[in-house]
Ligand binder design. Structure first.
Ligand code: PA5
Length: 462
């Protein structure tokens, strides 16, 4: 269902300076890759290794519970509002944008099969929050608050606002409009859920936010708007079987991880661009950016050496960004590797009518927009080759729950393998803690008084 083409990274195509002897490198690294893949799979059930996301394709229990709840609330709400940030939101946004009918929220209820509209608030912009809350009927809104830690300031501050407003409108019944997704035992949201009696779902142990899209974090919102989550998980399971193959010649995730690693470390291509040629897949790039950045951007390697490593991910959208970024990619510094995602068959075939045929745009008559977007994808990668710029292409046959499950799981495994090649801890994020602590200090959280004093001094000094 997903084809992978790395030819435009090979020295034979883009020359020795920028290209790799790809097959030779697969041969050189085949033992190391085999060890990495074996180790990942042997450790996937071990506590504390943060690899339990690898098992989420087999998440039959959650699948059943989530579908049961989605059935129970079906028809009761006009809107689902998801509150979360980072890994608690990006997967949800990426998958729903890919799989719901385009412009879902402005379709009529009949066009939506009477399923609710879907909103994500994944930021703390007061104007945006206020704008949304003033635009939807809160009485008819189901709020899914998602936070693994249960205390993330951005998510919980918006939830506090929502709770108050819901309570004002609905009284104590408000709790029927809340469903929380959080850790099974710890954290403030878990405590509050027990106290207030919210319906809850669990973010499983040893699954980090950016790897949680196939847990209840993603599956619950998907099911609430009618997406076939069983099909998503079937795609994940099948891809999982494929990627357990320890032979790099038959493992796409290992191939792209190695290509990116070598491009960065040997050819100075430390920027990775994700560029789907499909608006429905545009937020897959946002999700990928977090996955790649937070997983691979690390100060220290596993031996404690300072390495300050990590390729920088960039999001782009074809064909739109041909008119924005491609000039730089073709002629600017040759420091990038570009990942194209190409869609074989779109749901719609859209013909360009025979009109203005007597003008310079007459060549478009009777062609399809489908042909045009894929011609643009193909010509862009060929032009990049002319400029000796490395690029790889994933082709997905069509945008279905099964294929989207496959694609995202593939990128997750690719990231885990890349992390092992860089010899870093893929699953932590110590670099985001410092700013979080500073925020707590600035906002007056108990226990952060000394940090607040130091911080104010530093701010004054700057
Ligand atoms: O990938 C991660 O771990 C982060 O992006 C988290 O998902 C993000 O910080 C939100 O955390 P939480 O789910 O605890 O609110």
């Amino acid at each position: 269902m997903i084809e992978f083409n790395w030819k435009n990274c090979s020295a034979a195509i883009i020359g020795n300076e920028h290209g790799l002897e790809v097959e030779e490198e697969f041969e050189n690294y085949k033992n190391q890759i085999s060890q990495i893949v074996t180790q990942l799979n042997q450790s996937r059930n071990l506590p504390g290794r943060w690899l339990k996301w690898m098992n989420l394709g087999n998440n039959a229990n959650d699948l059943w519970l989530i579908n049961e709840y989605a059935d129970e609330v079906k028809g009761k709400f006009d809107n689902v509002l998801v509150l979360g940030i980072g890994g608690s939101a990006l997967g949800g946004i990426a998958v729903t944008e890919a799989l719901l009918k385009p412009f879902w929220n402005i379709l009529t209820p009949e066009q939506r099969n009477n399923l609710p509209r879907l909103f994500f608030l994944d930021n703390i912009d007061p104007d945006q929050i206020n704008g949304l809350l003033n635009s939807i009927d809160l009485k008819k809104t189901l709020v899914n608050v998602i936070t693994k830690s249960g205390s993330t300031a951005e998510t919980m501050s918006v939830f506090m606002i929502l709770k108050k407003r819901l309570q004002e409108e609905l009284g104590e019944e408000y709790r029927n409009n809340v469903v929380a997704t959080t850790d099974k035992e710890i954290g403030i949201l878990r405590q509050l859920s027990t106290q207030e009696g919210y319906k809850t779902f669990v973010v499983p142990d040893d699954v980090g936010g950016r790897f949680s899209v196939f847990s209840a974090v993603g599956l619950l919102p998907f099911a609430l708007v009618g997406i076939d989550i069983a099909e998503i998980l079937r795609g994940v399971r099948d891809m999982d079987v494929e990627l357990q193959n320890t032979n790099i010649f038959e493992n796409t995730a290992a191939q792209n991880a190695l290509i990116h690693y070598l491009m960065d470390t040997q050819k100075s291509k430390n920027l990775s661009v994700m560029m789907p040629y499909s608006s429905r897949l545009r937020y897959v790039s946002d999700w990928f950016v977090q996955l790649w950045a937070e997983s691979l951007g690390k100060e220290k390697d596993l031996n404690g050496n300072i390495v300050n490593t990590g390729p920088t991910p960039i999001k782009a959208l074809g064909a739109t960004d041909q008119h924005s970024q491609i000039q730089l990619y073709n002629e600017g510094p040759n420091d990038k590797i570009i990942n194209f995602i190409r869609v074989g068959n779109f749901d719609t075939e859209l013909k360009i009518p025979e009109t203005f045929e007597y003008t310079g745009i007459g060549y478009l008559c009777n062609k399809t927009v489908n042909d045009l977007i894929n011609a643009e994808a193909d010509s862009t990668r060929v032009a990049l080759v002319d400029y000796k710029r490395p690029n790889v292409t994933f082709t997905i046959s069509e945008i279905t729950p099964y294929n989207v499950g496959q694609l995202l799981f593939l990128f997750e495994v690719q990231t885990a393998i890349a992390g092992a090649l860089y010899n870093i801890n893929t699953f932590n994020q110590p670099g985001v803690e410092q700013a979080k602590n500073y925020t707590y200090a600035l906002m007056g959280r108990v226990g952060y008084e000394e940090s607040a004093r130091v911080l104010k001094e530093k701010m004054g000094a700057k």
